[in-house]
Design a protein around this ligand. Structure first.
Ligand SMILES: [Cu+2]
Length: 169
């Protein structure tokens, strides 16, 4: 090998090393865009197995898990502020829209991402008639994703519904 060939080889090797090193260093910045969509899905944490707060259905009207009741809520506080004790009015209908009166309703909930429950023990304190129920004693002391669950029994039918809330910080 003469010296000119050596120079060309060394220049080529150094250039390749610099390009590869540069690409690796810039991967965190540009990487996901160049990768296969399935890969970038995993990188973003949006794979079907990991439900994140951004995927949540936060609607205030939902069907119960087995489809027995259509349930909606109105919060006394809208938006819900941190640390404020307040009440909701829960409205319960049959799946075909008839108000459900005289239901027995239990309240539960918590923060799924933190593994803790509600800081208070909210209860249905009044059957307001026409399918409306007063839920007293709700409080959310942390910002983030909360679940509020209602177990509803009426005319021998029991079903559950979960509402997702993102309470601001
Ligand atoms: Cu928490």
């Amino acid at each position: 090998m003469n010296s000119q060939t050596k120079t060309i080889v060394i220049t080529t090797v150094v250039t390749v090393i610099v390009l590869v090193a540069g690409f690796i260093l810039l991967m965190p910045v540009f990487g996901p865009r160049f990768m296969h969509p399935i890969m970038s899905q995993f990188m973003d944490g949006n794979s079907p197995s990991s439900v994140t707060a951004s995927d949540l259905d936060t609607s205030a009207e939902r069907l119960t898990n087995n489809g027995a009741f259509k349930v909606s809520f109105k919060s006394e506080l809208d938006p819900i502020t941190l640390g404020s004790m307040h009440s909701w009015v829960l409205h319960v209908e049959t799946a075909d829209g008839q108000p459900v009166e005289g239901a027995t309703i239990l309240v539960d909930g918590g923060m799924p991402e933190h593994g803790h429950g509600l800081p208070t023990a909210p209860q249905v304190t009044q059957d307001l008639g026409n399918g409306d129920y007063l839920v007293e004693g709700l409080k959310f002391q942390m910002g983030g994703w909360w679940e509020v669950k209602f177990n509803i029994t009426a005319d021998g039918t029991e079903d559950n519904v979960t509402f997702n809330l993102i309470v601001g910080g």
